[in-house]
Write a protein that binds this ligand. Structure first.
Ligand SMILES: Cc1cc2nc3c(=O)[nH]c(=O)nc-3n(C[C@H](O)[C@H](O)[C@H](O)COP(=O)(O)O)c2cc1C
Length: 264
């Protein structure tokens, strides 16, 4: 049976995880949630559905919530979700499950996997050694998760942590439009345009060859993290911090995914 995995990724951790799972599960296609959701119903007896995404502010990224709400999932579909995070997943998976339940379906299997944290607005980024250690530690869980999904195992999900996740998400969804006002670009900018291409939601236009943010940011921070000149800053704190993106993923992979041509 075919499996479709929908992913959302700013710095590549979720795309890495998606590719790992897809390869191990077999017969999988992967699609970015940055693309419009399919209009036709999905799932049913022919297709399993998966969701892979990062934890944002203790909860579900807004784009993931909106994507799930728009999907038309056939009853009885085997659905799974894998959240990844730098610190803790809290009740993020329960949030997604609740959204799917309101549409008459639910998650049959879920897992949370710790990957390198990318929240550069608060923390410095992991070193190369730290990154490799965290990725290595995740290998076993990725393998177990793929095996369980391939066998269509059922793992009941509790609502533990859902309240804290909903509070975190509510605050950030509300302030969505104003967030990108603190992005700046300095003289190191070479006008390469990668920031505009890598933004999953086309929130960056080049105006006079420099990035200009359009106030519908999803906060993935791909623009800050992938800028080859490290010319993009957010407020005052990012200037002194290292940048991070998953070492197994190239900028091109994210860009192609944004355009809808993602390969496993
Ligand atoms: C806006 C934002 C908020 C985040 N909030 C959390 C959080 O509340 N808890 C956590 O453990 N990690 C948090 N993170 C870290 C990411 O979940 C983690 O690094 C993830 O692997 C990034 O996935 P990606 O590379 O696919 O974008 C946050 C990252 C961003 C960009």
């Amino acid at each position: 049976m075919a499996t479709t995995i929908y992913y959302f990724s700013g710095t590549g951790n979720s795309l890495y995880l998606t590719r790992q799972l897809a390869t191990k599960i077999g017969n999988c296609q992967i699609k970015s949630m940055a693309r419009p959701p399919p209009i036709q119903p999905v799932g049913g007896s022919e297709e399993n559905l998966g969701f892979v995404f990062p934890v944002y502010y203790r909860g579900l990224p807004r784009i993931v919530m909106q994507f799930a709400e728009k999907l038309n999932i056939r009853p009885g579909t085997y659905c799974f979700a894998v959240a990844n995070y730098g610190g803790s997943k809290q009740g993020t998976l329960a949030m997604l499950n609740e959204a799917l339940q309101s549409k008459g379906t639910q998650l049959s299997y879920t897992e949370g996997i710790k990957l390198p944290g990318n929240y550069i607005l608060k923390f410095d980024m992991p070193s190369t050694e730290e990154t490799h250690k965290i990725l290595e530690e995740a290998d076993g869980t990725i393998e177990e998760t793929a095996n369980a999904i391939a066998k269509k195992e059922i793992r009941p999900l509790t609502r533990s942590g859902i309240h804290i996740s909903k509070i975190g998400s509510r605050l950030y969804y509300r302030r969505a439009a104003k967030f990108d006002e603190k992005f700046t670009v300095n003289e190191k900018c070479t006008s390469c345009g990668l920031c505009s291409e890598i933004c999953p939601v086309q929130n960056i236009k080049l105006v006079n060859k420099k990035p200009a943010w359009q106030h519908h940011c999803e906060r993935c921070l791909a623009c800050v993290q992938w800028c080859p000149a490290e010319a993009i800053q957010y407020g005052k704190k990012t200037a002194k911090r290292r940048r991070y993106h998953n070492p197994n993923i190239r900028a091109k992979d994210i860009v192609e995914g944004n355009k809808g041509t993602t390969n496993v």
